[in-house]
Design a protein around this ligand. Structure first.
Ligand SMILES: CC(C)(COP(=O)(O)OP(=O)(O)OC[C@H]1O[C@@H](n2cnc3c(N)ncnc32)[C@H](O)[C@@H]1OP(=O)(O)O)[C@@H](O)C(=O)NCCC(=O)NCCS
Length: 168
């Protein structure tokens, strides 16, 4: 079932509700702290909040990631984290956040988005392990996916996907 949801850029008055979304959606407070640290470090590219009427029910964040290659660093966006409060999951809010987030990345001129997660979930948005196969990262290769917002942006690219400091 799909329901009316409004999505907009986060504002400082949303921060506490965003923390709460992550605390409730994930088993530990790690993601809530990650979001705060990414903001503190100025690493946030896109951060969107989803509302049902006045209630903040979901959040997605994209941060700066650098692909370190032999010929220099290439900028990319890393999608993480995304969460929806448990009682509103499976109603399309997560998908709406991902789609709107990708649109914002495209509007900002980003050409590559990387995500680490369940391929069954992210495939529907166009992510695939294939364009990410030249990328090394601290994470298992079968979960590292990429989406080229600019076709061919990752063609032949080999390098290390360095996530923002807050992830370490
Ligand atoms: C993952 C999450 C953000 C998805 O949000 P959502 O609003 O529930 O997602 P949607 O309703 O748009 O789901 C779309 C589809 O994804 C599926 N799906 C949801 N979570 C999934 C998961 N973890 N793995 C695989 N598929 C998943 C749903 O079954 C649905 O499929 P369907 O349309 O075929 O039924 C949400 O479930 C969540 O907050 N989970 C806990 C936090 C988390 O794991 N975040 C992702 C890692 S950063």
């Amino acid at each position: 079932m799909s329901i009316a949801v409004n999505i907009r850029n986060e504002r400082p008055e949303d921060y506490e509700a965003i923390r709460e979304v992550h605390r409730r959606a994930f088993p530990t407070g790690l993601e809530a702290r990650l979001v705060d640290r990414l903001r503190e470090d100025g690493a946030v590219l896109v951060s969107l909040a989803a509302f049902q009427e006045a209630r903040l029910v979901g959040h997605i964040l994209f941060s700066r990631l650098r692909i370190e290659t032999e010929s220099g660093a290439m900028p990319a966006a890393a999608l993480a984290p995304v969460a929806v409060i448990p009682e509103e999951q499976r109603r399309g809010i997560g998908s709406a956040l991902v789609r709107k987030g990708l649109e914002s990345c495209r509007e900002r001129g980003e050409s590559i988005v990387v995500v680490l997660g369940d391929p069954d979930y992210y495939r529907r948005f166009g992510f695939s392990t294939e364009p990410a196969r030249g990328l090394e990262s601290p994470y298992p290769a079968e979960y590292l996916m990429a989406l080229e917002l600019q076709p061919g942006a990752l063609a032949g690219v080999r390098g290390y996907a360095r996530y923002a400091r807050a992830f370490r």
